[in-house]
Design a protein around this ligand. Sequence first.
Ligand code: IVH
Length: 685
Amino acid sequence: MTPAERIAELRRLIRHHEERYYILNEPEIADAEFDALMRELVRLEAEHPDLVTADSPTRRVGGRSAAGFASVEHAEPMLSLDNAYSEEELGAFDDRVRRGLGADEPVVYVAELKIDGVSIALTYEDGLLVRGATRGDGVRGEDVTANIRTIRAIPLRLVDNPGAHLEVRGEVYFPRKAFQRINAQREEAGEPTFANPRNAAAGTLRNLDPALVATRGLRAFVYQLVRTEGEETPVVHSHADTLDLLHRWKLPVEPHWRRCAGVDELVAFCREWDGRRRTLDFDTDGVVIKVDRLADRRLLGATSKCPRWAIAFKFPAEQKTTRLMAIEVDVGRTGAVTPFAVLEPVVVAGSTISMATLHNADDIARKDIREGDWVVVEKAGDVIPRVVGPIASRRPPDSVPWRMPAVCPRCGAALHRPEGEVVWRCENTSCPAKLRRGLEHFASRSAMNIEGLGEALVAQLVDRGLVRDYADIYTLTEETLANLTSPSVRSDGRTIDRRFGEKNAAKVVAEINRSRTNELWRVIYGLGIRHVGERAARVLQDAFGSMAALRAASVDALQETPEIGPVLAESVRNWFDEPRNQQLIERLGVEGVRMDVLAEPRAARREGGPLTGRTYVLTGTLASLTRAQATEAIERLGGTVTGSVSRKTSAVIVGADAGTKAEKARALGVPTLDEAAFLALVKVQ
Ligand code: IVH
């Protein structure tokens, strides 16, 4: 056998075993044997570089792109689906379809599991995978080909249809086991965990490093054939035939779909899978129901957003009953006191819950929820669990209605409810609970941006009396921080005492030191003065130039500032009138926190950073960053931000309500980045 023949054979074998493993879940050989095939191919290709082709399984992981993802237009819009939340709504859908088709007989549908992942469009040309794109806004998505190629359920070449030009659509998802593994690893490494498999899939697909994506174990299913050209493509007349065809081409098709005649069979399918879905290795949040005959689909058409021939039946939120052990209250930064339920732990929708929201005191009274009650709790998808209501028949005879405590559970100050409001408040400015939330805000990314000083550390510092106000942060030493210990529950359930440690301590102290030179508006915003958001803090900084001037400003002077209204002016004045707050400002000044406008407002551009020589334009509003923060992030990495788009622009960052700059970028063929792609760009570097 020649090397070329052996290489071809190895590629065939490897694809076959990838399919057995990643699509059919029925491997025929051991992992070690598979690895041996792969190693042999790598070796042969290294010896014969002229025989390397782009569709070789050794070429799944390609180079990373430093500039983010290009925006691409879909051949036809990727539509969304209408939802049905009950069997009645499903019946109504069937009625609409039957009326639309003038059908007397039951309509034939295909019911498929709705995969809770990220939708993608795959383009094959001459049988080769040439593009993978996200849905984006339905019209334009992001080109994530390099990442899609690493997903081994997706063939790089269509073996049974080598000449095909086609586009298929489907869903990329995180298998549950891979999700648990990745979260366990992140927890171990002290990194933030993903909230659910869908977020993990979306985040991974947008990562700029395909080598990392390849290690994550993403999978995919396809369910739609959008465009086909090529002689070997048989003409199909039904969706069931389409799914068979995709399967024959060895594309990954979720195997549990079923043809259903009429609404009764659909309902049976939905009920069956509501019960069985936990047995799958992926999250499904419902069943997608599609009219089977393609001619009927054309007849029914689509609205601007959704086809009229399909609907997503959403599984009902999972409910469980459990004991409500106690109703406790939480005190927020503004002193708002909100009740929550402490529950006997119960598994709902795949996760153990021991707490649930109870909204407010009025809601508890209306539903008459009492401590000691058996209650119904529910959780839909990644929504925060909530208490639906009590089971009155199981109520203990000695139970009493719940009442909001008269005093703050943390500081003992009397609680008040302002006229006409539903929220109770603790008005004590030095309440430790408020201090905790206040410190979290002070240190947060949008305020003083002290990385590492998060919820857990703040709680410890306050509980141990090491920090009594914001200025105390600046007196912390590495030694104090290093010796802090906290109980930590590991993923295997064991509780261990984790020491904060020298390395973490040094990092946090460095961050605290750095924050002393922050721009003034960050300090103003960090103080947590009511009604003073980030925008107002910047306006105040620009108008007054120093903390001293702001502190001396009268209500009138404040009100004369553009954008500052009477409520805000009043709130600022009141805050500075409070002696405690004046002391705080003085102490922050003594600790070296900058109290006037910087001579040179932004951090120096990092020469030789990864974005050196690249030029970006910002347009529209980003949800998680202000324009100044986005500019800072780019400049920190060596890039430049300019105001207008030209051919030389490396990319345009497009936020919400973007205007002509985004259009101009498209016209000039300049790549655009949406917010997620931009965040990935500035984070990965
Ligand atoms: S068909 C025009 N089938 O659900 C109809 N979608 O809520 C295109 N989804 O955007 C969608 N599993 O990302 C279809 N078996 C399935 C699906 C599915 C998951 C997603 C898809 C769509 C979203 C709508």
